[in-house]
Design a protein around this ligand. Structure first.
Ligand code: ADP
Ligand code: MG
Length: 504
């Protein structure tokens, strides 16, 4: 009779159950084959298993050994299939009890010395074990991460196969690992360190309060990066369900260290040379991209026009839907990617163009060409677009401002609670709900009409103004959207001189 155990295959940030079946059959020639659409790493697993067995002093049977990874038509990637394959063979050879192997879900890579080494994805694998009602066997180093899956899940975290066999024999029992640390947002940079820039800081607060995307245009050294880094500190910490959601993605990417999770929202700032695979995921080894690693946090794109146009284009889907679909050889995988986009750029390639008192040798053309690199559809997704003036020495000589991250974060939290009651963050308010929840009063409507007539607002930008105005009113603790709120929203909507040209 065959033996089996279970493991998982990763599809996007999800772990799907895989049945590992082993059969030892007669035959003159010794054969060891693994079937079930594994990639090259899975095929090489045979060599690692063979080496580990010889380290244990066990010889592989000299008959036909077939390992089937079911369902056989779904692609499987990664070195974590080593351990479940080894366990199923050990059960087939009678070294560990078959029922034990069958009760467990295992993952981990084997060393040639029969050590069990960590692989990414411990948390989703543990969640899969938990929902399949099976106990988990994982590498020792992955134990603290797997333990986050919940107290009901039985976990064995051996460092070597010997330890696992001894545990099954009852000669040396393994203790259940404890979850790693939960880090709270402690030593994060404070908004108080930013001097001057009052209107830019206000825009940052509005962005945090309504979840709006933000573009900052200003000369080098004006504090754009500094402010972007301080946005996560203004956002409320991750709630329990969000923490799990975000950690699953980071786990699949192998970014969780010693099993410690953090409630601080992710902040990702990929370099402008990032490839499409690095940004949205996929590629030969399917890993979540920066956009997914920024899920429920902030994606900061510094020097926005320097990114490859295709890479920026690939962000349109997640900006619209909050998730990314990547086409693989024989499947599509989905990654969650609901991030808040913060972008920064200089007004022109050489830096200072377009600013008062700073001359650019190439004149207005330089700024126009540079700014036109950002497509209209991209700009359409950015509710707040502001100009950041240069910092003056007088600004830097100012004493530290009275208010910093703590005060601003408290206002953001209050503004968000009003939105929670409506069921949407303002940035995600569906257009058909806008009329209902963000209808301006008479003065506000007059101002909006005037602006629409004079600046030629498109339907999209009209709605963007309403969304931002709703957030400004929420920060004000004010139910109706008034003229002042519309005025502030209008002031935050155009920073690029040629935004209209760029759209044409
Ligand atoms: N408003 C400011 N208050 C205090 N320091 C600032 C400010 N703006 C810039 N700096 C200083 O200048 C450095 C460069 O700022 P940075 O945020 O990188 O500018 P940018 O991204 O606009 O080019 C910062 O590390 C900080 O030391
Ligand atoms: Mg910068």
């Amino acid at each position: 009779m065959a033996s089996r155990t279970f493991t998982v295959a990763f599809e996007g940030a999800e772990a799907r159950l895989v049945d590992v079946q082993v059969q030892l059959a007669g035959g003159a020639q010794p054969v060891f084959s693994v079937v079930g659409l594994g990639d090259k790493t899975v095929a090489e697993s045979r060599e690692r298993v063979r080496a580990a067995f010889s380290a244990l002093g066990l010889s592989m049977p000299s008959r036909r050994l077939i390992v089937n990874l079911a369902p056989a038509d779904r692609p499987k990637e990664g070195s974590h299939f080593d351990l479940p394959i080894a366990i199923a063979i050990l059960a087939e050879l009678g070294v560990v009890p078959k029922e034990m192997a069958e009760e467990h879900l295992a993952f981990g890579e084997l060393g040639v010395d029969a050590s069990i080494n960590p692989t990414p994805g411990a948390l989703p694998a543990a969640m899969a074990a938990s929902s399949a009602g099976r106990a988990l066997i994982c590498p020792e180093a992955s134990g603290p991460e797997a333990a986050w899956a919940g107290g009901d899940l039985a976990i064995l975290a051996p460092a070597t196969i010997i330890q696992l066999i001894n545990h099954f024999k009852g000669t040396q029992l393994l203790a259940r690992p404890v979850p790693g640390e939960l880090l709270d947002a402690a030593d994060q940079p404070d908004l108080r360190q930013v001097k001057g820039q009052e209107s830019a800081k206000r825009a940052l607060e509005i962005a945090a309060a309504g979840g709006h995307n933000l573009l900052m245009v200003g000369p080098p050294g004006s504090g754009k990066s500094m402010m972007a880094e301080r946005l996560p500190g203004l956002l409320p910490p991750l709630a329990a369900d969000e923490l799990l959601d975000v950690s699953m993605i980071h786990s699949v990417a192998g970014l969780i260290e010693r099993g410690s999770l953090t409630r601080h929202r992710p902040f990702r700032s990929p370099h402008h040379s990032a490839s499409m695979a690095a940004m949205v995921g996929g590629g030969t080894k399917a890993r979540p991209g920066e956009a997914s690693l920024a899920h429920r946090g902030v994606l900061f794109l510094d020097e926005l026009p320097e990114f490859h146009p295709q890479v920026l284009d690939s962000l349109r889907q997640p900006l619209e839907t909050g998730s990314i679909t990547v086409a693989r050889a024989n499947a599509h995988v989905n990654y969650p990617a609901r991030f808040q986009l913060i972008a920064a750029m200089n007004p022109c390639r050489c830096g200072g163009g377009g600013q008062d008192g700073v001359a650019c040798k190439r004149g207005p053309r330089c700024a126009i060409d540079y700014q036109a690199r950002i497509s209209g559809p991209m700009l359409d997704r950015i509710d707040l677009q502001i100009t950041v003036p240069p910092v003056t020495p007088a600004d830097l000589a100012l004493p530290a401002p009275r208010e910093g991250t703590t005060e601003a974060a408290a206002r953001v939290l209050a503004a968000r609670s009003a939105q929670l009651e409506r069921g949407f963050l303002n940035a995600q308010l569906p257009t058909d709900r806008l009329d209902h929840v963000a209808e301006p009063d008479r003065g506000g409507q007059e101002l909006l009409n005037q602006a629409a007539a004079m600046q030629g607002l498109t339907a999209r930008s009209y709605h963007r103004v309403l969304r931002v105005a709703r957030t400004v009113a929420d920060l004000d603790g004010c139910e109706p959207v008034r003229r002042v709120h519309i005025a502030e929203a209008l002031a935050c909507r155009r920073a690029l001189a040629n935004a209209a040209t760029a759209k044409a």
